[in-house]
Design a protein around this ligand. Structure first.
Ligand code: HEC
Ligand code: HEC
Ligand code: HEC
Ligand code: HEC
Ligand code: HEC
Length: 146
């Protein structure tokens, strides 16, 4: 091999390694999207501490993202807050504004959208009942502390 060819080979390798690095980095980033650790809700019924990390991690309760983030979305990285879709409608509105980011109005005109608090209660409690989590009695204070 001539020195010139060796140099070309070296440059070629550098470029390939760089590309592999970029691709691995992007792949890794896509598999570990940002997500909250704990969320504290403060309302008239008392505080609720939701341990997102424990609910969603393999070492915790082992649930998958789509068990809760139920509506189809583009990618895990774009999972959004429940309240983006579950909103109280103002007078004359048929569906929340956010729906039209992804849908034509005529696709969704018959959809029933429950309000945010109902969405939480319904989803949280349904799963807890199914998985036998939490006591039957005192069920408000199990989540609403103080
Ligand atoms: C599985 C957990 C859980 C249980 C059990 C639960 N809640 Fe909640 N509740 C929540 C969460 C989370 C929110 C916050 C939702 C939000 O911000 O809209 C909430 C919000 C509320 C709100 C609205 C508070 C506000 O400021 O708007 C009321 C009222 C309420 N709960 C009453 C109750 C009552 C009454 C019970 C018992 C029958 C109960 N909750 C049981 C989790 C729970
Ligand atoms: C047990 C139900 C549950 C599981 C499992 C779960 N999430 Fe969540 N996630 C929630 C709730 C509830 C919120 C708070 C939404 C709100 O307050 O409106 C949230 C919020 C988020 C947010 C912040 C959204 C925003 O804009 O505020 C991201 C990002 C997110 N989750 C990603 C994930 C990913 C990624 C996974 C899987 C590894 C996952 N979640 C698993 C229930 C869950
Ligand atoms: C991108 C929009 C969107 C987001 C974000 C979203 N939802 Fe929904 N949700 C819907 C739509 C649309 C429906 C009604 C149609 C359906 O069942 O898919 C619905 C229905 C529901 C229902 C009623 C299901 C039934 O069996 O009738 C519950 C409970 C619920 N959502 C809870 C949640 C919770 C909790 C979150 C956050 C972790 C959430 N949703 C996030 C769009 C959304
Ligand atoms: C981030 C994008 C996004 C948002 C925001 C969104 N959706 Fe969807 N929705 C989808 C995708 C993707 C599908 C699955 C593909 C399809 O059927 O179009 C879907 C499916 C649906 C379906 C058909 C469900 C079925 O089982 O056939 C309905 C109804 C619907 N969405 C209603 C809504 C409503 C109502 C809202 C606002 C509260 C909303 N969506 C917000 C992306 C979105
Ligand atoms: C898809 C299933 C599922 C959903 C949805 C879910 N949980 Fe849980 N949750 C569990 C399981 C499983 C446990 C563990 C119970 C046990 O250890 O006995 C648990 C435990 C808890 C606990 C007690 C231990 C801890 O981690 O703090 C609280 C409080 C709680 N959940 C709040 C919530 C709230 C608030 C929501 C809704 C925002 C919610 N959960 C939604 C499955 C779920």
């Amino acid at each position: 091999m001539t020195p010139k060819k060796e140099l070309q080979l070296a440059y070629g390798l550098i470029i390939i390694l760089f590309l592999v690095g970029v691709i691995s980095y992007a792949g890794f980033a896509a598999k570990t999207p940002d997500q909250p650790v704990r969320i504290m809700y403060k309302g008239v019924a008392g505080k609720v501490l939701f341990d997102h990390k424990t609910h969603a991690s393999e070492a915790g309760y082992g649930l998958s993202c789509s068990d809760c983030h139920h509506h189809p979305e583009d990618e895990d990285t774009s999972l959004r807050a429940c309240g983006d879709c579950h909103q109280a409608l103002v007078e004359g509105q048929e569906f929340p504004e956010s729906c039209t980011e992804c849908h034509e109005p005529d696709e969704i005109e018959d959809s029933e959208i429950i309000k945010k608090t109902d969405a939480f209660h319904s989803q949280c409690e349904e799963c807890h009942q199914e998985s036998g989590a939490g006591p039957e009695e005192n069920r408000c204070s199990w989540c609403h502390v103080s």
